[in-house]
Write a protein that binds this ligand. Structure first.
Ligand code: RI2
Length: 308
């Protein structure tokens, strides 16, 4: 079953990146809807609801996943019959995926306006939204170069350097602990987002908050690239974001007996360290996160939470 495969693949990082996991979840729900063979509307709704919960449970931190499920299933309570529900789910999933891809493109254009000719940029992990900004600036003819962090333990930095070098952009790989040393050469730090909280805090790949501190100390602006569905309606209700801790074997194996390992894979960067957030609805201050949640994601999104 595609939905189970997708959830497993998200859990094991076969599918990763907050935007891609969201689009894959919408697509998996679309597949579930297209292939429903039964004849009970209630059963169909339950199946979709369960499917949504399975997807959301696959990774706990990125709100993009939860928002994608909400956006795809939002019309379920209003469906008149099975075909109506099927059509609505397919339409919602298609439109989520289309808008998500468009958002990355628009963020690229908006964020690129903040990049100047001659800039040296630092990026972390592997964010499609952040890479869209960097690649757009380069396509505009700006002479830029990039430092990319390795991003232990999964080393997604290797994907980033491949992508940038394929695009012809000069790129240098550094280990995560080299960030503060390199910062004196950096003009702008550009990172992605897994979740943006209502107070403007950013939840992103572990190490982001250290980059933010080093950037702040060196007066280097930090730009976050985040589609609006990465803003969290849950945080407006006072919920804390759960920080995923993954298998310790991702960090090291065969250590002496008694040595413990912890593997938190995200951290939180307070709004005061963020210069701007490039979204598809404009470049905003982190302190405008509340408005994005209420105006863009809307009360419907909050209301849907009652079915959690
Ligand atoms: P895009 C990734 O998480 C990184 O933390 C990255 O910054 C964020 O998702 C956003 O990526 P992970 O899935 O959506 O690698 O911009 O744990 O591609």
């Amino acid at each position: 079953m595609k939905l189970i495969e997708t959830a497993n693949s998200i859990k094991t990082m076969g599918i990763r990146g907050a935007g891609l996991i969201a689009r894959s979840a919408a697509d998996a729900l679309k597949d579930l809807a297209e292939n429903y063979q039964g004849n009970s509307l209630n059963e169909f709704i339950d199946l979709l609801d369960q499917g949504g919960k399975t997807l959301v449970a696959s990774r706990p931190t990125a709100i993009s996943l939860w928002n994608a499920v909400q956006a795809t299933l939002k019309d379920a309570p209003r469906a008149e019959n099975i075909e109506d529900l099927r059509t609505k789910i397919v339409k919602n999933a298609d439109s989520f995926i289309l808008n998500s891809n468009k958002a990355v493109e628009i963020i690229g254009k908006i964020g690129a306006n903040r990049i100047k000719d001659g800039d040296t940029i630092l990026t972390h992990c592997n964010s499609k939204a952040a890479l869209s900004v960097i690649k757009t600036a380069f396509k505009q003819g700006k002479d830029i170069s990039v430092y990319a962090t390795e991003s232990r333990p999964w080393r997604q930095g290797l994907l980033t350097v491949k992508d940038l070098s394929d695009a012809g952009i000069p790129v240098t790989l550094i280990v995560d602990s080299a960030v503060r040393w390199i910062m004196k050469e950096i003009d702008l730090a550009v990172v992605g987002a897994d979740t943006v909280c209502s107070n403007g805090a950013l939840i992103n790949k572990i190490g982001t908050s250290q980059i933010a501190l080093a950037a702040h100390e060196a007066r280097v602006p930090l730009m976050v690239c985040a589609e609006s569905y990465k803003f969290s309606p849950k945080t407006i209700q006072g919920e804390m974001v759960e920080i995923e801790e993954r298998e310790t074997s991702e960090v090291a194996t065969n250590l002496p007996p008694g040595v413990k390992i912890r593997n938190p894979v995200f951290d939180s960067t307070p709004a005061e360290y963020i210069d701007s957030i490039a979204t598809e609805i404009g470049l905003i201050s982190p302190y405008a996160a509340y408005e994005v949640i209420v105006n863009k994601l809307g009360h419907e999104c909050l209301f849907e939470r009652e079915s959690d």
